[in-house]
Design a binder for this molecule. Sequence first.
Ligand code: SF4
Length: 490
Amino acid sequence: MKLCNIGHTFDYEMEKLIRLFLPFEKIEVLHTECGDDNCVVCKLLQQDDDVIAYAKLTLEGNSVDSQSKIDKAITDTRKESQHELGRQLFFCFEKLMGYRPDWGILTGVRPAKLFSRYCNQYGNDYAENFFKTKFLVNESKLDLCKMSVKGEEEIVSLSSDNSFSLYISIPFCPSRCSYCSFVSHSIEKAHDIIPQYVELLCREIEATAVIAKNLNLKLETVYMGGGTPTTLSAQQLNRVLGAIRQNFDMSTVREFTVEAGRPDTIDYDKLLVLKQNGVSRISINPQTMNDSVLQCIGRKHTASDTVVAFKLAREMGFNNINMDLIAGLPSDTFESFKNTLNEILKLDPESVTVHALSMKRASTLNTNGQHEQIKLESEAAKMVEFSRDALQSSEILPYYMYRQSKTVGNLENVGYAKKGFEGLYNVYIMDETHTILACGASAVTKLKDNTQKNIKRIFNYKYPYEYISGFKEIMSRKTEIGEFYDKHFK
Ligand code: SF4
């Protein structure tokens, strides 16, 4: 598709808007009109004293257009011009494709944070009105924003200036899911390097703990994620968890999460190791309770494996279990998703995270036509809405939310929890509340300066074999942590 931008420089923003409706379209940006059969024209025109935002969409020869005057009352005219052009383009797509994304023209990853900023700056009424009329966000999503802001603010207020969280990366999985966009390696491929990875990871944990201690930092939460950490053997898990416990001051920790992830990696010995090492929260992630969908996405477990793993964890005393689901999986239907959610509710987890499928690697969606795609997007939107209603009626309420680029239907990921069981780390990482010290391959340390809102990132190498070969360099980068704190906190 050609994108003809005239009289403005919003190439990136208009391209992003087109991707709300056509996520995989190849877009060529021009700065003149082309008259192509598949094209978008976005123009800012001067008419007497007014500036007009004009958009025209042509898809396979069918055209619609829409235009509006730029509101002169708004002082940030550049932003308003961009938004007005975006709205006109949105209306064109809505007319021609018969589909209206729930988040309107809002494309950012942290809508709740933006909403909270608008509330603080301009008041709640203004923020609500702006979201509805300028960003075209629907009532339901606005409501979700409000609930998430409330949940997040309570958790953020518990953090102090010297707080930090620890993230440990275990980038291995039993097999690779077809939709996965992480760097995780399947166990077959990585089997031989795991022992060396574990040893180096423990050395990095030890060195990080020394730094945290010297800086007098207070550990709030620990999160071991991946990948699937329980891909490690019970002994390897014990080694890593032991390294955390022995080296960090755990007396201030309010949450210790391990993503047990795939049910086929969970057994009695591993759960015992987690329990003995003080893990307080685990995540068992079925994604769906439909066996044929599981097969379709390349998972090697069944829905009943999830039930068995969950019940075992309960019997062993885990009283804070999260379950992850995905809306919009290939071959899933609304009825099957409803069934998934009902099965999950029967297990009575403390929290449920509902993700919208990221289409980055969902090749089936990539190759389907526009019509199929819209059907899938509407179906996923229905799933997301249903999950919210069902969870809220069970007193499992939204407490944090974020969005990823290229999710089906431009939908959001939402964490729901019973009161008192919210995942603290999830909020801290998303809100960028405090420093996250991170260890392992693909881990990113984020240093937060509360006074100036600075965030410095230190990247570890992405892949396990790079982590092993570049370990010396990773360790030398750790000195930047002390330098940051010296600069910003003294
Ligand atoms: S379990 Fe998660 S990290 Fe592992 S392959 Fe599947 S989607 Fe990727």
